[in-house]
Design a binder for this molecule. Structure first.
Ligand code: KG4
Ligand code: ZN
Length: 332
């Protein structure tokens, strides 16, 4: 069996092959960073064009990597949403056409669900567990019941955690996307040099809010132009990480979940990883951190989730449409 996974929801085009019998993956990723960087953000039209140019060559290349012919693909899974409409249409249409041409099942995959379940592609994960998805567009705390059913406990009320990193980086004069750059700058700084706000930390809800933190940084920069930038970056990063770690582990205790799984691009943040592992160990909660390639947008998680959904619910129909905004699966 060879499951092809296709990802084209934002600025990464990716094709992966998953061999469920052995658990092996092959993947090719084409990043568009250089295309969008001059604009300070992803330009949807340019993203769609890049996906269109690369999706077929990537699919052929990953088949060559795995040493199989295109005709050996037994299932095709593609991201249907959430994401940029024009970008999603490219991967979804290509996937559907390929599945129809090969006469194999097609599975439409929810990109956020793929992040939620991705850790299972590398490690044994037993349900129920808690998932925290932190990416450039989403911040979701989810209680996972089984392969199909989950409850969204909390989400961000404004900026996503990745956005907080990106906007903070911009205010500190770093490029786009800024998460990684802010982390590098923070490396030499003292996270306790300044105290940035931890919004909604002691709130009754499981929601998050990061826009006030960004505003706090704007005023801090105005009032303290002399401040040592690595200290500012470290303190700002600490405020984001602190809220994510403490609130997620509090939810794990509250819902009596022994395992917390992380997903999304912000999971690549080393301070977040260290802090989650240390606090998890202290509180007796198993914290599962997928490898970097599985945290950021990738097609491996799409192939894996496609296979999981296919096993639980069967194939999607070929009229499956894109959905630009996150829609949680109905329960029951
Ligand atoms: O999941 P992802 O690759 O794409 C989306 O679906 O959004 O996440 C991208 C986000 C960006 O906001 C980026 O700045 C952030 O993940 N990110 C990081 C790091 N690496 C990527 N944030 C903090 N520290 C990092 N090392
Ligand atoms: Zn993502």
């Amino acid at each position: 069996m060879w499951v092809l996974g296709l990802e084209s929801s934002c600025d990464e085009t990716a094709a992966a092959l998953y061999h469920p019998e052995s658990g092996r993956f092959f993947e090719r990723v084409a990043r568009q960073l250089a295309v969008h960087a001059p604009y300070g953000g992803v330009v949807p039209e340019l993203a769609s064009r890049c996906h269109l140019e690369t999706i077929s060559p990537l699919t052929h290349a990953v088949c060559a990597d795995a040493g199989i012919a295109l005709a050996a693909i037994t299932h095709v899974a593609a991201t249907a949403g959430p994401g940029l409409a024009g970008a999603l249409i490219v991967g979804l249409s290509y996937g559907k056409a390929l599945a129809a041409g090969l006469a194999v099942p097609f599975v439409a995959v929810n990109h956020i669900e793929a992040h939620m379940y991705a850790a299972g592609a590398e490690a044994e994960v037993h349900t129920p567990f808690l998932a925290l998805v932190v990416s450039g567009g989403h911040t979701l705390l989810v209680d996972i019941h089984d392969a199909l059913q989950y409850t969204v406990l909390g989400r961000t009320r404004d900026d996503a955690a990745g956005e907080a990193f990106d906007k903070g980086a911009k205010l500190l004069g770093l490029g786009y996307p800024g998460g990684q750059a802010l982390q590098e700058l923070a490396r030499g700084g003292n996270p306790r040099a300044y105290a940035f706000p931890r919004a909604m930390l002691h709130d009754q809800s499981w929601d998050f809010s990061f826009s006030g933190l960004k505003t706090a940084l704007v005023y801090f920069r105005r009032d303290h132009p002399e401040a040592h930038l690595p200290d500012v970056a470290a303190a700002y990063q600490e405020a984001i990480v602190d809220v994510l770690v403490r609130k997620t582990l509090r939810a794990a205790r509250h819902f009596r979940r022994a395992t917390v799984v992380l997903g999304g691009g912000v999971t690549a943040n080393t301070r977040l990883r260290e802090h989650f592992l240390a606090e998890g160990a202290r509180q007796g909660v198993r914290v599962l951190l997928p490898s970097f390639a599985l945290c950021t947008d990738n097609a491996r998680m799409i192939a894996y989730r496609g296979w999981q959904v296919y096993g639980a619910r069967g194939a999607s129909t070929l009229d499956a449409d894109i959905f630009p905004a996150f829609v949680a699966a109905p329960r029951g």
